[in-house]
Design a protein around this ligand. Sequence first.
Ligand code: HEC
Length: 476
Amino acid sequence: MTNISHNRWVDYVVFGLSLFLIFCLVFDSYIEPPRLVIWAGRWHPLVLHFPIVLLLICIFLGLTGKKIPKLLLTIAVVFALLTAISGFFLGKETGTKGDLLNWHQWLGGGLAILAAIWYWSEGISFDKPIFSKILQVVLTGLILFTGHYGGMVTHGEDFLALPIERRAHKIPENPLIYKDIVGRILEDKCVSCHNPNKKKGALLMTSFKGLLAGGEVGKTIIPRKSHESELIRRVLLPFEDEEHMPPEGKQSLDAAEIQILERWIALGASDTLRLEELPPSEPLLGLVNTYKKASPMEQWAKLPNVADSTLLRLGSDYLSVRRFADGVNALSVNFYKPPTYDSKQLTDLKAIAENIVQMDISGLPIGQKEMNLISSCQNLEWLEIDQTPITDVELDTLKVLSKLRILKIYSTEISDKSIKVLKKMKGLRQVYLWNTAISAEALTDLKSENPTFFIDSGVAKELQASFGSSDSIPKN
Ligand code: HEC
């Protein structure tokens, strides 16, 4: 065994880059690089040519029995690793990786790591040079396949132009309904499985043409007949249905999104129609407005800052005050029944009332004082006050909560008188009302007032997921 003399630090660089690459590949789904790092990925198409050429030269020298200059191999290997790493970051830009991109990533990663192994093994001279030869042949194959898949990724789809920018960009004033609204909804929720790399059900949703062409079972969209359209049928199926789109576990469409798709098809599924061409009575106008309102995360970004020390001070063994995510000022409050209840524990939350987005105080002996606190939580979206002594009188306090979407008030004394309060809460999407004094007629009345209102379903699953744990409330 002879050691070819070379710089120590080069060894460290090769070793470090290899480890980093392996780490990236293995923990791919957990890694969310900052934008600057993702930007570095843009160098991938530029740098990738160096290692291809250099490695092929080394392989050629190796296979023809000539001596491979150590410097050449070193540069080739370092570039191979850098190329694989930059490629990994570039891949992060697409959000969801299709099959082609996954293949390309693993082949490219394998290629770089194998090149690194070659680098190390060159320090050792084997009795059997056959090992080196096999390695060189395998590398050649990897270079060909990686390049092939890489080419398909870039040419098969508008890959570099796709992601982040598009989602971040604002919907224009007078949007094209297909391109700026419908296309965006499909891109958010459907395209990850219906694109050229991953064409599930043989349906392509990345282009208008593909959408019209349909999939395995035929037409996906029948212009002017939204309810005969396969696309609408699928999104309206119950979540549990195998054919529901998107499939279980994926972010569902919310009510406004579904209605936008329906109306767009009902109006003829045009790709040139603009919003302002619609008559003022067209429901699509209102729906698009609803859709334009920012996502919860964006809304929460506007909340006032709240310090960690404040959260600690206000919380206790029985009262948890938590952020929805690190660095987010939206708070979730959960109160578990303490041995001795004092309303002060809850009314002290006044200081952070604006930040409270979700609150569960079910089962507590609350009264008007607590209801006053709740009504000061203007940003409250989710409230659980079931199994409490509240009545129609206290419930009236809630009518000011315009953002409230989910309300659990089952097993309380409220009666038909509360229906008018519930009707006033325009943001309300879901109410749990069992075991109250509310009559069946009053319920029908409530439903007729707002057709998108559901008693036990209708809230997008992802919303429930983002509000944390599942509930023990029985579904009827
Ligand atoms: C997680 C992957 C995934 C997502 C996301 C997804 N789909 Fe699908 N889709 C599939 C699969 C798999 C099939 C084929 C199996 C089947 O027919 O149920 C399919 C089939 C379909 C079909 C039937 C095509 C045909 O003609 O056979 C339609 C329509 C459809 N999807 C619409 C949608 C819509 C609309 C969305 C977005 C709201 C969406 N899909 C999101 C995986 C997905």
